[in-house]
Design a protein. Sequence first.
Length: 499
Amino acid sequence: MSTASTAAPSRIQSDLFINGEFVKAEGGATAPTHNPHDNSVITEVASAGKADVDKAVTAATEAFPKWAALSAAERGRYLLRLADLIEERGHELATLESLDTGHPMRDTTRLDVPRAAMTFRYFGGMADKFEGAVIPVEQGFLNYTLRQPVGVVGQIVPWNFPLMFTSWKMGPALAAGNTLVLKPAALTPLSSLRIAELMAEVGIPKGVVNILPGPGSSIGQYMAEHPGIAKISFTGSTDVGRRIVQASAGNLKRVGLELGGKGANIVFADANLPAAIGGSAFAIFHNQGQACIAGSRLILHESIADEFLEKFITLARSIRIGNPLDPATEMGPLTSLGHRDKVLGYCEIAAEQGGKILTGGKPPQDRPDLANGYYVQPTVVQARPQDRVSCEEVFGPFVVVSTFKTDEEALQIANGVEYGLGGGLWTTNLARAHKFAGAIKSGMVWINCYKRVNAASPFGGVGSSGYGREMGFEAMHQYTEVKSVWVNVDANIPPYYPR
Ligand code: NAP
Ligand code: MG
């Protein structure tokens, strides 16, 4: 272990944020949030109920007209100030995120915090650059479009990247003039509540942002049904996504769904192998594989498979597992005990269907310092494309390997699952790269890289990975209604009922 401090932040916000104030839940319910490194309770967090959702929706509804009427540049300035503040408080935010999720400090510092700041800055700058259009219609008419906010939006965030996803959801919604109620996952509420504090510090008008930790099956479901919420943006599992679509029918809510994935990561014989090996390890082991866009299916050309696997497994075994607050740690624990057990359960499922665990498949051995944490070794499994472990989302440091002979076979394997979020390929053949980019069934494709994300680049999937896109102009479209306005400038309209 390095000598750097692994101390928790001294003060942690644990109340709901409603109408600009931090308050207890009605009825006083709380729920513990745990440190996945040692299973200790970090703190008790207020746990919202339906009455709190109603209060938050009322606050957001009342705040909406004024917020929507602010100049777009003014709205953007709040987000730009927030981005600066996130950078200023970067170390503290990174520590909180690592403590609550198990995500290593070196990643929360280098990736999550800068990306959250980037996202708020991008959408802060976007606010006054997002325009309607003038449509070339018939002579004598002016036709133009207005982009108007949808109203109060409900946002439901999972536990794997809570800080980053809070920024992805809030940035475009606020820039477009909506007010919001955001529910972080009960497992990882702390960084979203810290963002609420920073929102208050930049002076966001009360009611514009409301943040309610609480159980998804009750208040998440209630938000999806709520007649006062005009749109739900959801990131999480495909099963809950389906439930949200059903619950949203009452008021025909707009729904955006970022769901699960089973990313294909294809390595061709002509690939730059060292780059492909390192990139493929990042694709699956970053954040312990708890990423919807993880490259969880490694599809190798048979001619390079042995060499690739030997080096890939050596790399996987060398990954430094440990306390996420230690800056030397490269891989932390999974975020919850239940999830750790689910991931280990997939090792048994693999074996039952004849799969072979090439490395890992267990908690770290001979590491008493990690014995109470939710740790799993980097795991590489050989299995057939039709096996359960090759089709179902494991969401852990668990990669399934298969081999192919021809390009057609590689594409067939890649497209052989119900998910279609992200996928990647490693090749030096330009024509093949573009051909596959077009043919892979997914919302995102990475060529000679993996898991690149940027606030400006559309993010989302197809099939069971959901619909709608976050980030970029696409996100602004999804947080606005387009209105078409017709003006008779000097049209000579012949009478329809000539008399
Ligand atoms: P989950 O059970 O779907 O939870 C996600 C969020 O939904 C949590 O805030 C949860 O609340 C809430 N929720 C649970 N039941 C609900 C309901 N009936 N109505 C409304 N909200 C409800 O997913 P998870 O197991 O926590 O997260 C892992 C999954 O999310 C994986 O499948 C992963 O692929 C997917 N994911 C997708 C993306 C993407 O961008 N496409 C990103 C990250 C994760 P509580 O947990 O607080 O009860
Ligand atoms: Mg926690």
